[in-house]
Design a protein around this ligand. Structure first.
Ligand SMILES: *Cc1c(COP(=O)(O)O)cnc(C)c1O
Length: 393
């Protein structure tokens, strides 16, 4: 029997019977785990050598029960065999790349990726002899043409930031499979409620759990989900590099995950309502939202996703200053650079990206662009707020 998402979000991964009869999984705040005697150590060593999944905890850099519960819940929601938690999304990405790539390997990456991921590939991996080619999301031909005999891994993001481009995962898999190339999707913007890349044949899924999975703007975490075999390599790398999260954040993540389904559904609804309102407004030049038929990837998104997410990007009719004034007139959202939490949060990408206009233009960030990451407030209130701010400019 497979439960639905809202049921899995509440129950998956957690032991029904917990210490002291507690209903919540406790924060096991400890650095290490002790042994009763030498026999217990030897039993542990034998189980570990046999890759026994029930093996006990040994030391906090390798695993922790609070964290393991969150990992099991995420693996269930993402329909994967195994998940691992990290101290941040970037830690999940960098540890995964370092675990799977070696000197001489070639990495293919969509150009529209998180800027720190791009920075890691171009300025760190390059120092260890791993070359990266950036490819635009332009269909399978451009991607296939960039493949080399040494291409080991393709890293893509879907939907992307800030233009919400949606890549067709089936053609990504079709291009990669014949060459035995590992496919990795940063699925942060979708969350497992809206898209499950493993079901499309993708090898590994990564999330910044700081965003939708945590959902309350109160923790930093990252996660990678995939087959037990690949995850064992990545776990080894995590144990060496030390990027495991902490038990307290794992607890907050478990707590946040229980409402993932209800939160994301509301955010999908808010995204669609706000995008439709903005598209019809004369003070708006253009709206980017995969749930709108005007979005270039609307058809792919409809096939591949069960919801279009809570992030809406749009361009104001106006310049840098006018866009800033519009944001300052809004009363509900916070101003800042994250997404996925219950509080709506807005930013003008140009103002946070760089003070250099040429650099911004090279990255495709226009001065009048706004990224609005909707929370779980009421859509009518969010729209009324937008309406008064647009009237004010
Ligand atoms: C935020 C984000 C990251 C980085 O995650 P952190 O948890 O901030 O380290 C990576 N990819 C995407 C798409 C993100 O939005």
């Amino acid at each position: 029997m497979t439960n639905h998402f809202s049921t899995q979000a509440v129950h998956a991964g957690e032991e029904k019977r917990k210490p002291y009869g507690a209903i919540t999984t406790p924060i096991v705040q400890t650095s290490t785990f002790t042994f009763e005697n030498t026999a217990e150590i030897l039993d542990f060593m034998h189980r570990k050598a046999a890759s026994d999944p029930q093996v006990r905890d040994e030391y906090g850099r390798y695993s922790n029960p609070t964290q393991s519960a969150a990992e099991r819940k995420i693996a269930t929601l993402e329909h994967g065999e195994r998940a691992l938690l990290f101290a941040s999304g970037m830690c999940a990405i960098t540890t995964t790349m370092l675990a799977l790539l070696s000197s001489g390997d070639h990495l293919l990456m969509v150009s529209d990726s998180y800027h720190r991921t791009r920075q890691f590939a171009l300025t760190f991996l390059s120092r260890w002899g791993i070359e990266t080619t950036l490819v635009p999301i332009d269909g399978p031909a451009a991607l296939a043409a960039a493949i080399r005999p040494t291409t080991r891994l393709i890293l893509a993001e879907t939907p992307t930031n800030p233009y919400l481009r949606v890549m067709d995962l089936s053609w990504l898999v079709d291009v990669a499979r014949p060459h035995d190339i590992t496919t990795v999707i940063d699925s942060t913007f979708a969350s497992p409620i809206n898209m499950r890349p493993l079901e499309h044949g993708i090898d590994l899924v990564i999330h910044s759990a700081t965003k939708y999975l945590g959902g309350h703007n109160d923790l930093l975490a990252g996660t990678v989900i995939g087959s037990s075999e690949t995850m064992a390599h990545i776990k080894e790398a995590r144990g060496v590099m030390g990027g495991i999260g902490n038990p307290h954040d794992a607890y907050l993540l478990l707590r946040g995950l229980k409402t993932l389904d209800v939160r994301v559904r509301r955010q999908n609804e808010n995204g669609q309502r706000v995008a439709q309102f903005l598209e019809g407004h004369p003070a708006i030049r253009r709206v980017y939202y995969p749930g709108l038929p005007s979005h270039p990837d609307h058809d792919v998104a409809r096939r591949q996703m069960s919801g279009f997410g809570g992030v809406v990007s749009f361009e104001i009719e106006g310049d840098m200053d006018k866009t800033g004034r519009f944001i300052d007139l809004l009363r509900l959202p916070y101003i800042g650079p994250t997404l996925g939490g219950v509080e709506s949060i807005i930013e003008q990408p140009a103002s946070l990206f760089s003070l250099d206009r040429a650099e911004r233009q090279a990255a495709g960030i226009t001065d009048n662009l706004v990224r609005y990451a909707l929370g779980i407030e009421d859509a009518d209130d969010l729209i009324a707020d937008l309406d008064q701010a647009l009237a004010g400019i």
